[in-house]
Design a protein around this ligand. Structure first.
Ligand code: SF4
Length: 258
């Protein structure tokens, strides 16, 4: 396990993600300045053509707050997969009320979901990795393709310490289809994320208070135990190396929008 990917012991007084994780650590101000600079660069290089893919997790809430606070012309988009927890969905109106922003919602094609469930059942994702990825294709990747269509850049809340697979991630890259991808939080620690949330009173997903550091669809997310890795609660029945939904795997635009 990565040394940074374990969670602290939850003491009896620890009742919220902020009390558990928010810490000011050396270099935070520099990391924050670099993040803001990269967001400004994304906005200026891609005027009217860049979107934050907001998964409604803690990292994306930090980015949403920065975008709103600095009035950056970066759209906010969310994949409404049809399988999100109520706590996750509850964040959408909170974002809109707090920041006066409209969250663009991208839902799967209803017929595709009905067809998939009719063919494979509600619990198909647990049967095989192929069916799990097929579910992600219908509920996430196809809507993501629509979110990114006609846009030349997107912003994500990916951090290097989230998993081994993300350890070498650059802060910006150009995908095979030519679209720019900005990852302004690559260097941030989990403590940084919560320090920012605490300092700026950022609204966050209530599931983070229930030992869910990484949050996805309800059937594919569970709480982690003390000492487990950051993403241990995502697709926990699968091999570690398979744990990506396809949103952040290198691929061309055809694969995203197919
Ligand atoms: Fe389906 Fe789970 Fe992927 Fe959500 S995360 S799209 S429920 S397999």
């Amino acid at each position: 396990a990565l040394p940074w990917a374990t969670l602290p012991e939850a003491g009896p007084a620890a009742s919220s993600a902020i009390s558990l994780y928010a810490r000011l650590t050396p270099g935070f101000d520099e990391r924050l300045a670099a993040t803001l600079a990269l967001l400004k660069q994304a906005a200026s290089e891609h005027p009217g053509s860049v979107v934050l893919a907001n998964s409604l997790g803690a990292e994306d809430m930090v980015l949403t707050d920065l975008i709103a606070r600095h009035q950056l012309p970066i759209a906010i988009g969310t994949l409404q997969t049809g399988a999100l927890n109520p706590e996750t969905l509850a964040l959408i109106p909170k974002i809109e009320a707090r920041y006066g922003l409209t969250v663009e919602l991208y839902s799967p094609v209803e017929e595709s979901v009905v067809h998939f469930v009719r063919q494979n059942g509600e619990k198909a994702m647990y049967q095989s990795i192929e069916l799990r990825k097929a579910c992600c294709q219908v509920r996430k990747l196809e809507p993501l393709g629509r979110m990114l269509a006609k846009r030349t850049a997107w912003v994500t809340g990916l951090r290097r310490e989230q998993s081994n697979n993300r350890g070498a991630m650059p802060d910006r890259e150009v995908e095979a289809n030519g679209r720019a991808k900005f990852n302004p939080l690559v260097d941030w620690t989990w403590n940084d994320v919560w320090h920012y949330i605490e300092t700026h009173q950022v609204p966050y997903n209530a599931l983070h208070d229930q030992f869910m550091p990484s949050i996805g669809c309800a059937p594919c997310t569970r709480a982690i135990a003390v000492g487990e890795e950051f993403r241990a609660g995502r697709w926990w029945w699968e091999d570690e190396n398979a744990k990506e939904c396809g949103l952040h795997v290198k691929q061309d635009s055809a694969a995203v929008s197919a």
